[in-house]
Design a protein around this ligand. Structure first.
Ligand code: DQA
Length: 143
C-alpha cells in the first residue's frame, strides 16, 4: 500500500507561472505543490515535493527515495527527452514511478514526443495541465 509519495519537478519548473504561460499557465509552483499535498492527504498519503534544475540532484533524490518512499511522481522537464542517466536511476529502484507532463508532449515539437524515461515508468500522464499531477496522485493511491 502506498503511504508516502515523493514529487520531483525537474528543470525550469521552478519558473511555473512566469515561464511560457500560454503553455504552462499562470500559477506558480508553490500553489501547485500545496494542491498536490492536499490531494495526497485526501487519499491518505503523505507527500514530499522536490525541485531541481540539476540532473545529478534528481538522480540522488531518486536513489534516496527507494528506501523512504512508496512511490514517485516525476516531471523530468526536458531531461525526459534525453537523460539516460535519469532513466537508469528510475530502472534501478523498485518503487513505482509515474511520469507526468503539464503540456501534451505529443502535440508540440517533434523532440518532445520521445520520452526516454517512459519505458521504465509505471505509466505516463501528459496534457492535463496541473491536473496531470493530480491524476498521478490518484493513480498512486489506487495502485
Ligand atoms: C514538460 C514538457 C517538456 O518537454 C518540457 O521540457 C518541460 C515541461 C511539461 O510538463 O509539459 O520542461 O515536462
Amino acid at each position: 500500500m502506498i503511504k508516502k509519495i515523493l514529487v520531483i519537478h525537474g528543470p525550469n519548473l521552478n519558473l511555473l507561472g512566469e515561464r511560457e504561460p500560454g503553455i504552462y499557465g499562470n500559477t506558480g509552483i508553490d500553489a501547485l505543490n500545496s494542491n498536490i499535498i492536499d490531494r495526497a492527504k485526501k487519499n491518505g498519503m503523505e507527500c514530499e515535493v522536490f525541485q531541481s534544475n540539476h540532473e545529478g540532484a534528481i538522480i540522488d533524490k531518486l536513489h534516496a527515495a527507494r528506501t523512504s518512499f512508496d512511490g514517485v511522481i516525476i516531471n523530468a522537464g526536458a531531461y525526459t527527452h534525453y537523460s539516460y542517466a535519469i532513466r537508469d536511476a528510475i530502472a534501478a529502484i523498485k518503487i513505482p514511478v509515474i511520469e507526468v507532463h503539464i503540456s501534451n508532449v505529443f502535440a508540440r515539437d517533434e523532440f518532445r514526443s520521445k520520452s526516454v524515461i517512459a519505458p521504465v515508468c509505471k505509466g505516463s500522464i501528459s496534457g492535463f495541465g496541473f491536473g496531470s499531477y493530480y491524476l498521478a496522485v490518484q493513480a498512486l493511491a489506487e495502485l
